[in-house]
Design a protein around this ligand. Structure first.
Ligand code: FNR
Length: 350
């Protein structure tokens, strides 16, 4: 049940495969004979200095993967000099995660029908030292995840959604289908709209990243509504099936943002080459979801540290072999996509 919850996508899981496949259709145009003896992967995100543009996406209920759950992820992220995003539906609270020590952390927000719950939670995150809100906007209802329906997925009874424990919303009832889908139907606000993005800014000074944008139209609306950044995401292909891979939607969003706010990407990033491709298409950084829960299940904190190190090492190697010594040097000309067809393929001989 837990593996299926972590691994699955929605319905036919077409987008789940496409999130990976689309990366494999982007090829490199590496440059040679450039001194790559020193590679600088550091970057600044919302004013925070990071060791690399690889960050951790929010994934719910990490104690199902390992007893240390979000504690392990927080420690691994901080040791790697990068950002962890804590899910609203974490099995550790914002205060507990803060108690693991220093680190730059973002808080992912699901907006509940009861706005007092939301306001309280946002205040708690701010007090616990979280630096930004990632507002998830692609989940007015839960996507149809058929494995969860078959398994009657629910949070195991020895765990709680810790941030909501005191609010009597920390438990998930069993249902005839997905217990999580029922929880969302009962608690999450389907009326959420752009005006709420503005409302959120009246209750917090934290910058707001809008997570789940995949079109130019919504990019412009998000910036108008005061977003400090955009995360191109299809929720790891767990919401609407047959949306494009995030790497295919990225450039449209980057163009619409016109440099006014940073654009990030998550979905299907599994290799250093994927990180490079996203940056070449204009992302300021990427987030990983499943690699964190899988490595957590394998080896706890050591596992997450290792996954971050593997991606970091691969990304560094990709930079070196492409002739780039800093993130600034990664350009659109270092890759070729299927939508730049003339450059990609020689014209067919007639
Ligand atoms: C998620 N994701 C997610 N997103 C969010 O905003 N809040 C959440 O609580 C969760 N929970 C969650 C659980 C699990 C098990 C997965 C796999 C995903 C989506 C997540 O933040 C991110 O968008 C994707 O995971 C990125 O895709 P990859 O890296 O998993 O391919």
């Amino acid at each position: 049940m837990v593996y299926d919850y972590y691994a699955s996508g929605a319905e036919d899981q077409w987008t789940l495969e496409e999130n990976r496949n689309a990366f494999s259709r982007i090829l490199f145009r590496p440059r040679i004979l450039i001194d790559v003896s020193k590679i600088d992967m550091t970057t600044t995100i919302l004013g925070f200095k990071l060791s690399m543009p690889i960050m951790i996406a929010p994934t719910a209920m990490q104690k199902m993967a390992h007893p240390d759950g979000e504690y392990a992820t927080a420690r691994a992220a901080s040791a790697a000099g990068t950002i962890m995003t804590l899910s609203s539906w974490a099995t550790s609270s914002v205060e507990e995660v803060a108690s693991t020590g220093p680190g730059i952390r973002f808080f992912q927000l699901y907006v509940y029908k009861d706005r007092n719950v939301v306001a309280q939670l946002v205040r708690r995150a701010e007090r616990a030292g979280f630096k930004a809100i990632a507002l998830t906007v692609d989940t007015p209802r839960l996507g149809r995840r058929e494995a969860d329906i078959k398994n009657r997925f629910t949070l195991p009874p020895f765990l709680t959604l810790k941030n909501f424990e005191g609010l009597d919303l920390g438990k998930m009832d069993e249902a005839n289908d997905s217990g999580l889908a029922s929880y969302v139907a009962g608690q999450i606000d389907r009326t959420l709209s752009w005006k709420d993005v503005k409302w959120l800014q009246t209750i917090t000074t934290m910058p707001i990243l809008v997570k789940g944008v995949i079109t130019a139209e919504d990019t412009r609306l998000a910036i108008q509504a005061g977003a400090a950044g955009i995360i191109v995401s299809n929720h790891g292909a767990r919401q609407l099936d047959y949306v494009p891979a995030t790497i295919s939607a990225l450039e449209e969003v980057v163009k619409a943002a016109q440099g006014r706010v940073p654009v990030f990407l998550d979905g299907g990033v599994r290799r250093g080459t994927d990180v490079f491709k996203a940056l070449a298409l204009g992302a300021s950084g990427i987030f990983i979801g499943r690699p964190v829960v899988f490595s957590l299940a394998a080896e706890g904190e050591a596992g997450v540290r290792n996954v971050l190190k593997m991606l970091r090492d691969e990304f560094e190697l990709t930079m070196a072999l492409s002739g780039c010594t800093s993130l600034r040097e990664i350009t659109r000309d270092h890759i070729v996509t299927e939508w730049d067809a003339p450059k990609a393929r020689p014209a067919p001989r007639l």
